[in-house]
Design a protein around this ligand. Structure first.
Ligand SMILES: Nc1ncnc2c1ncn2[C@@H]1O[C@H](COP(=O)(O)OP(=O)(O)O)[C@@H](O)[C@H]1O
Ligand SMILES: [Mg+2]
Length: 428
């Protein structure tokens, strides 16, 4: 019983009830997604320049890092011009009120609820008077009746998020989902949520430090390498418009083993101090401990120093730390790491007025990195007078504010640490 389908190639199965999709020209006028600024610049930048209508944002981070605080502050700021709701599944209404009072934002017209049943929540949000912005704190506490599994299980988290995302798309609500990070570092079960949502942000910080860094790791509406820097105070999170000054605040002059790296985070230059300590190891196998950088990258820099420059770390422990709790992913930090290591080994400080940047290749060459001008400008702004950096063939004129010392090989750094009297390793 063959049915004749006129415009279908012979031999292809015909699907009953299927319609044809419509194609559009690539070259059309895109409809610009309207964005809303919260006025918290550090947050808006990470969001890609404001929050897009109907988008769903997942904010992950360790418990206690400040996710609830941040989102309550964002909601209170947005509430001036839009309907905002804050639904807590973790804290009682009074707890959230007390936080708002501490933050000094209790007067903001944010609608507050303590609820965990997703069906009830969607039923409430899905009305003409429903909110434009809604925080769900946290997605791990939410559950759907229809599922047997407990809240926080992968099935519940995924199904709850799916329902909330569907509502966001249908109504144009901006949904901000809080997600706790598990021990393995993934948000609620093998990263199930990350590809469902439009934007994923992580809120990070070192315990014992006041700095908090908001980082976009995925964004359908903006770049992903932007960071927002905050400081946790008893009045909540305050913005840090000039992170370099903050990261360098505790810097001590003229100590060996420290080098200032001129880095770029997203569109913004950030200066941080890289600290290295090379000390005799009491263990048979020396330790390599890294905080804030990639340990494989450290191993590479150590190997290049040894093989290409004759700088041997020998049986010493090596510790490397990015001061202030920032995590750096840029290979441009190589040169600063190498200088900090050589400085610790020789006991001779890196020139205190210098910043460093440049990638190191396996043959010991110092390779060019992007955004040189931006790095130099920031260094000059913070009072540095020289930059140890890769060679630049076509240099632009007019950066006289900073002295540029160009290096072709990492080994060319060595004379800097030679002229003064060297101390033996371990007491530098
Ligand atoms: N009374 C307080 N005074 C100062 N800081 C506080 C106070 N209460 C909480 N905090 C800070 O807020 C943090 C908790 O933030 P919170 O937003 O609840 O984190 P999360 O939602 O990520 O678990 C605490 O770790 C602490 O640093
Ligand atoms: Mg919380």
């Amino acid at each position: 019983m063959e049915e004749a389908v006129p415009d279908q190639a012979p031999g292809r199965p015909h699907r009953v009830g299927a319609r044809k999709i419509e194609f559009a020209e690539l070259n059309g006028t895109p409809e610009h997604a309207p964005r809303r600024l919260s006025g918290i610049t550090e947050f808006d930048r990470v969001a890609g320049g404001g929050l897009v209508r109907g988008s769903v944002i997942l904010i992950g981070g360790d418990p206690g890092i400040g996710k609830s605080t941040l989102l309550l502050q964002v909601m209170c700021r947005l509430a001036g011009g839009a309907r905002c709701a804050y639904i807590s599944g973790e804290e009682a209404i009074d707890q959230v009120r007390m936080r708002a009072q501490r933050l000094g934002t209790a007067a903001a017209p944010v609608q507050l609820a303590a609820a965990t049943n997703v069906t009830d929540i969607i039923n409430t949000l899905d009305s003409a008077q429903g909110p434009d912005f809604c925080v769900i704190d946290s997605i791990q506490t939410m559950y759907l009746d229809a599922l047997d599994s407990a809240p926080g299980t992968v099935g519940q988290v995924r199904a709850s998020a799916q329902e909330l995302i569907r509502l966001a798309k249908r109504r144009g609500t901006v949904m901000l989902l809080v997600g706790h990070v598990t021990k393995e570092g993934a948000i609620a079960g093998p990263r199930v949520l990350e590809h469902m949502v439009d934007t994923v942000m992580y809120f990070e910080g070192e315990r014992g430090h006041q700095f908090r860094i908001l980082r976009a790791v995925k964004n359908r509406f903006g770049p992903t390498d932007e960071i927002g820097v905050f400081e946790m105070t008893d009045r909540g999170l305050s913005e840090v418009p000039n992170p370099s000054a903050l990261f360098l605040a505790e810097r001590r002059g003229n100590v060996s083993g420290a080098a200032v790296f001129a880095g770029i985070e997203g569109t913004r230059p950030v200066l941080v101090e890289i600290q290295a300590l090379v000390s005799p190891s009491p263990l048979g196998t020396p330790r390599r401990a890294v905080v804030g950088w990639d340990s494989a990258r450290l191993a590479m820099v150590l190997a290049v120093l040894e093989a290409r420059c004759g700088v041997s770390v020998g049986p010493n422990d090596v510790y490397l730390n990015v001061a202030g709790g920032l995590r750096i992913a840029e290979p441009a930090a190589d040169l600063a790491v190498a200088a900090a290591l050589i400085s610790s080994l020789t006991g001779v400080p890196v020139p205190a007025d210098a910043v460093l940047f440049g990638e190191i290749g396996l043959s010991g060459e110092v390779r060019a990195v992007s955004q040189t001008d931006l790095r130099l400008k920031e260094a000059a702004k913070l009072g540095f007078s020289s930059a140890l950096m890769p060679r630049r063939p076509g240099r632009s004129k007019g950066e006289d504010s900073i002295r540029m010392l160009e290096f072709a090989e990492v080994g060319d750094l060595l004379p800097l640490f030679r002229d003064k009297q060297a101390k033996p390793v371990g007491r530098g």
